[in-house]
Write a new protein. Structure first.
Length: 182
């Protein structure tokens, strides 16, 4: 269960994240040996929509895609809407894609991908209300529990977390994907 040993996974979130969409993938990657790092717009702690508090490890101003092996974008309406307004967060996401690293995105976490302009020709899923935004950004949207497209793992809602976590761990274990581009 330690095939992710030596890998570092960034979790990009801010206040209003969907609690389980941060904590469940975090637990999955760390149980497999990875180091999880919480990246956010500001320092201190962030609070999920259901009250879970998480300590920020690094701000978006101090985060570099080169320091990470993968990225996870938890959902939550407030989180997804707020984090995409942080230009440094958007640049960070774009850089992760440009470096061909695996990315896991669930629920409303996908909004930032539209701002990062990394969805042309990609297939993914999300919370249904993002469908139009994602397709307008060049993606093919499907309503499936989990979708994997060349290192991009996506799911819709917390009920999808078991399938999402399994595919996330698998894709991080595989490493960089040449087709994962910005």
């Amino acid at each position: 269960m330690s095939h992710l040993t030596g890998k570092t996974v960034a979790f990009l979130a801010t206040d209003g994240f969907e609690d389980s969409e941060l904590t469940s993938p975090w637990q999955a990657v760390t149980e497999h040996g990875a180091t999880a790092v919480l990246v956010s717009s500001g320092s201190g702690t962030i609070t999920g929509k259901n009250g879970h508090e998480a300590q920020v490890d690094r701000t978006t101003a101090d985060a570099s895609a080169a320091d990470f092996d993968a990225l996870v974008l938890p959902g939550g309406v407030a989180n997804g809407d707020t984090i995409r307004l942080d230009e440094q967060a958007v640049a960070f996401v774009r850089d992760v894609f440009a470096q061909h690293k695996p990315v896991g995105v669930i629920c409303h976490g996908g909004w930032i991908l539209t701002d990062a302009d990394v969805l042309h020709g990609r297939t993914l899923t999300s919370y249904p209300s993002l469908r139009t935004d994602l397709t307008n950004a060049g993606a093919t949207w499907v309503d499936e529990e989990v979708v994997v497209d060349s290192g991009l793992v996506s799911s819709r809602v917390p009920d999808d977390l078991p399938a999402f976590n399994a595919k996330l761990v698998e894709e991080i274990g595989e490493g960089e994907h040449a087709e994962q581009t910005a």
